[in-house]
Design a protein around this ligand. Structure first.
Ligand code: SF4
Ligand code: SF4
Length: 97
């Protein structure tokens, strides 16, 4: 059986840089009322940087760590996510790619 390799993406994103926009200009927002009734919460497992967390019966979203992969927008079939590209000069900058 092949050797398992665990990749710690949250740690590896230290090589990436961000310019974080203000909260009122977050490029992704969620609707908590929709998330509260979500049957699967796929966004939690699918976000590589763990921006989605469920605390006290409430979904929380941290846009600051987003690497703009788009996975959550594809996985959320409940209409909760509003996704847009960050304003010019804001968001993630990849140092290797
Ligand atoms: S998949 Fe969509 S509706 Fe479900 S918890 Fe995640 S963001 Fe909310
Ligand atoms: S775009 Fe990617 S990194 Fe950003 S919140 Fe969605 S799944 Fe996470």
């Amino acid at each position: 059986m092949g050797k398992k390799i665990k990749i710690d993406i949250k740690n590896k994103i230290g090589v990436t840089s961000w310019k974080t926009d203000a909260h009122e200009r977050a490029h992704i927002t969620i609707k908590e009322d929709i998330c509260a009734k979500c049957p699967h919460q796929l966004c939690i497992a699918g976000c590589p940087t763990e921006c989605f967390k469920f605390y006290d019966d409430k979904m929380t979203f941290q846009y600051e760590d987003c690497v703009e992969c788009g996975a959550c927008d594809i996985m959320c079939d409940q209409g909760s996510i509003e996704w847009s590209n960050p304003r010019g000069t804001y968001g993630v900058t990849y140092s290797r790619g």
